[in-house]
Design a binder for this molecule. Structure first.
Ligand SMILES: [Zn+2]
Ligand SMILES: [Zn+2]
Length: 279
C-alpha cells in the first residue's frame, strides 16, 4: 500500500492537499491518507469492475427468476457501499503497519529470496493460503451461533449479481478479507505483485457472483467458479471455497454445480430451494 500512498503523496497530497509543515511520514497524516485512498480504491474497484461485469457478462435473464428481489441491484450496491467504510477502518490499521515497515513486502526482484521464481511461487502460495483461510472463515461464519449475526445479509441474495460480490456485513467483509492482508506479514511478497493480486481477488470475487457459469470442462472440478458459488447461495451448506474446490472436497462440502449438470438456475424447482430458505 505504500506504493499507492507514495504516488498519491507525490502527485496530489503533498503539492495540493496537506500544508508543507505536515511531513509525509507523519503517522496521523498517513492514517488519514490511507483511509481516503482505501475507501476510494474500494469504491472504484467495486463499482467500476462491478458495472463492467453487470453490463457485459451478467446474464440479465436471471432477473426474471422468482427469487430475484425487487430493486435487488440497488439494494446490493447500497449495502456494499454502506459496509465498505466500516471495513476500511481495521483494514487501514493493517495497511498502516505495512507502510511503517512491519510486513515482509519488498520493493525489488533482487530482494526476492528466490529471484523471479520466488515471485511465481509467492503468487501460487498466496492463492493457496488465502483459499484455505477463506474456506474455514466462511465455514465458521455459517456456524449456527454466528451466521445470523454477520453472514446472513450476504445470503439475502439467492440469485446474485456482480454487485452482490462486496455486499457483506462489515464484520463478515473484514473477516473474509483478512487472509489477503495477513499474508504479507507472514510471507515475503513483492509490492507490485501484491497490488496485482489485490486487484485480481476483487475481480475474482465479482466473477463468482456474475451468473456466467462457463469454466473449461477440464477445470470444472478444480475451479470454484460462478456456478459453484451460485449453488452456495442457493443451497447454503456447500461450496464455501473461493478459487478452488480443494477445501470443499477435503471438508466434505463439495457439491457439483447444478448449472453444470444441465439444470439451469432459471428452471430449478422451488421445492429444491425451499430447504435452504428456512436458514
Ligand atoms: Zn456463505
Ligand atoms: Zn457470495
Amino acid at each position: 500500500m505504500d506504493l499507492v500512498l507514495n504516488v498519491a503523496d507525490y502527485y496530489v497530497l503533498t503539492p495540493y492537499v496537506y500544508p508543507a509543515s505536515w511531513p509525509e511520514d507523519g503517522a496521523l497524516r498517513q492514517i488519514i491518507s490511507l483511509l481516503v485512498l482505501t475507501n476510494l480504491g474500494a469504491a472504484v474497484l467495486y463499482l467500476g469492475l462491478g458495472a463492467i461485469s453487470y453490463y457485459l457478462i451478467f446474464d440479465h435473464n436471471l432477473k426474471k427468476h422468482p427469487h430475484f428481489l425487487e430493486n435487488q441491484v440497488q439494494r446490493e450496491i447500497k449495502y456494499a457501499m454502506t459496509s465498505l467504510p466500516w471495513i476500511s477502518i481495521p483494514t487501514v490499521a493493517l495497511f498502516f503497519a505495512e507502510v511503517r515497515g512491519y510486513s515482509k513486502l519488498y520493493d525489488s526482484v533482487d530482494d526476492s529470496p528466490l529471484g523471479w521464481p520466488g515471485l511465481f511461487l509467492s503468487m501460487i502460495s498466496f492463492l493457496l493460503f488465502t483459499d484455505m483461510c477463506i474456506y474455514w472463515i466462511h465455514r465458521f461464519l455459517h456456524h449456527k451461533l454466528i451466521y445470523k449475526l454477520f453472514h446472513k445479509p450476504h445470503h439475502l441474495w439467492k440469485i446474485t449479481t456482480p454487485f452482490a460480490s462486496h455486499a457483506f456485513h462489515p464484520v463478515d467483509g473484514f473477516m473474509q478479507g483478512l487472509p489477503y492482508h495477513i499474508y504479507p506479514f507472514l510471507f515475503p511478497l513483492h509490492k507490485v505483485l501484491y497490488l496485482a493480486l489485490y486487484i485480481f481477488v476483487n475481480i475474482w470475487t465479482i466473477s463468482i457472483h456474475d451468473g456466467d457459469y462457463r469454466v473449461p470442462d477440464s477445470l470444472t472440478s478444480v475451479i470454484n467458479g460462478s456456478a459453484h458459488h451460485t449453488d452456495h447461495h442457493l443451497f447454503f451448506d456447500y461450496n464455501y471455497g473461493q478459487y478452488f474446490t480443494l477445501w470443499d472436497r477435503l471438508g466434505g462440502s463439495y457439491r457439483h454445480p447444478s448449472a453444470l449438470m444441465g439444470k439451469a438456475v432459471l428452471l430449478m424447482h422451488d421445492k429444491q430451494l425451499s430447504k435452504s430458505y428456512c436458514k
